[in-house]
Design a protein around this ligand. Structure first.
Ligand code: IDP
Ligand code: MG
Length: 134
């Protein structure tokens, strides 16, 4: 275990539904610290980079449409084992697999619109923090 930083992003459905406070409370209750945060309106270019691993999937256009439908809240979250820990707190990508008690398990009712993004490895966390915070 080590002190890590991960990139977390509250997606447009989270902001539209007024769940920013509820989600951040869960992150802070777990003991993680928000070291930076900013509201952003994403464009297609940054999403093509960020979701490059999905660009050939049939739902890629839907992701871009959804992620540009309103502002997101990008955050740098720090804590012991924060990369894996945040993935556990978030829950599974597919909403029907996300367990109760996780953020997606408790709030998401769709796989495409699933409340929150979190880096999936320490390497990607570094890349994503640079991508969104420079
Ligand atoms: P993750 O967000 O749990 O890391 P990824 O596989 O990296 O999952 O997918 C990125 C995002 O793309 C998901 O959070 C979700 O918004 C969307 N997505 C992934 N798989 C599907 C799908 O099968 N249908 C619709 N949207 C999807
Ligand atoms: Mg991912």
């Amino acid at each position: 275990m080590s002190m890590e930083r991960t990139y977390i992003m509250l997606k447009p459905d989270c902001i539209k539904r007024g769940l920013i406070g509820s989600v951040i409370t869960r992150i802070e209750n777990k003991g993680y610290r928000i070291v930076d945060a900013k509201m952003m309106n994403l464009n297609e270019q940054i999403l093509v980079e960020h979701y490059a691993h999905l660009k050939d999937r049939p739902f890629f256009k839907d992701i871009v449409e959804y992620m540009t439908s309103g502002p997101v809240l990008g955050m740098i979250v720090e804590g012991e084992n924060a990369v894996k820990g945040m993935r556990i707190l978030m829950g599974a990508t597919k909403f029907e697999d996300a367990q109760a008690g996780t953020i997606r398990g408790d709030y998401a009712f769709s796989t495409s619109e699933n409340i929150i993004h979190g880096s999936d490895s320490l390497e990607n966390a570094k890349i994503e923090i640079k991508r969104f915070f420079g």
